[in-house]
Ligand binder design. Structure first.
Ligand code: MF3
Ligand code: CO
Length: 256
């Protein structure tokens, strides 16, 4: 059963997601050579609490921090810690906020200083893949249309889409039905209807699609060690174009 949210619930989801957007915008402005991923996490947690929210990730299945910070070949679920970010790296930042019973969830990948041409294209293509996936999230379309749009955008550019993590419905739980693959799973899936709230989150690799999880049980890295990018928005399907609840107009990357 995929929940159809009321106007009131969508208002609450928008509020939670707008805190996420503010946090991501703040973190993006802090990324610079020498900063640690833990410093970014602590800034995020402080801002979330200041806004009256709770970090959705902390304690989720034992996850220890408030954000996921995933650098270069880390695909997702990088645990903030002592690692210092360096010039030339790409930094994915994923934030979840629980506010008055409803969750917000979004992620963006930003460059630290000057990055090489391949990484720049990876960020650009992954951001565009998310935009095209969102554009496919229209009432009357099928779930499959989202994954197809994301996959086409990435593979046309010679990049690959990660299979072992997917997007998700979001609402009173951070992870709700349906699962949202970033590729064509071969199944049409449910028809999209107004009021469905979806977290669409392509993870895109320069090399092959395969990932492995480190011994910490969380950190997912590309098997071939090549860079990976991740963008995520929470959106609501409407009678018209989808509304991006986590829209962050002041973010340079992932500005939707
Ligand atoms: N945005 C990610 C997701 O939807 C983040 C989850 S991290 C976790 O799965 F720690 F909370 F699992
Ligand atoms: Co998510």
């Amino acid at each position: 059963m995929i929940a159809l949210r009321t106007e009131r619930e969508i208002g609450l989801l928008r509020e939670a997601n707008q805190i996420v957007a503010e946090v991501l915008t703040t973190l993006a402005g802090m990324v610079a050579p020498g900063i640690t991923t833990l410093e970014l996490d602590e800034a995020a947690e402080a801002l979330i609490l200041e806004r009256g929210g709770k970090p959705s990730f902390k304690g989720y299945r034992g996850y220890p921090k408030s954000t996921c910070i995933s650098v270069d070949e880390v695909v997702v679920h990088g645990i903030p810690g002592k690692q210092r970010i360096e010039e030339g790296q790409i930094v994915s930042m994923d934030v979840g906020v629980l506010l008055r019973g409803y969750h917000g969830d979004a992620a963006v990948t930003v460059p630290c200083g000057e990055i090489d041409a391949v990484k720049r294209r990876l960020l650009d293509v992954t951001d565009r893949a998310l935009a095209n996936g969102i554009a496919a999230a229209r009432a009357g379309n099928f779930l499959r249309d989202i994954g197809r749009a994301v996959q086409d955008t990435c593979e046309r550019e010679g990049f690959s889409v990660v299979r072992s993590f997917v997007g998700h419905g979001i609402g009173t739980q951070m992870h709700e039905e349906p699962q949202i693959p970033n590729f064509d799973s071969g199944e049409r899936g449910p028809r999209l209807r107004p009021g469905m709230v979806l977290a669409i989150e392509p993870m895109v690799n320069v090399g092959g699609p395969d990932v492995r999880v480190l011994k910490d049980g969380w950190t997912a890295v590309t098997k071939d060690g090549q860079p990976s990018a991740h963008f995520e928005h929470s959106v609501v399907v409407t009678e018209d174009a989808p509304e991006i609840l986590s829209a962050a107009p002041n973010l340079i990357w992932g500005r939707l």
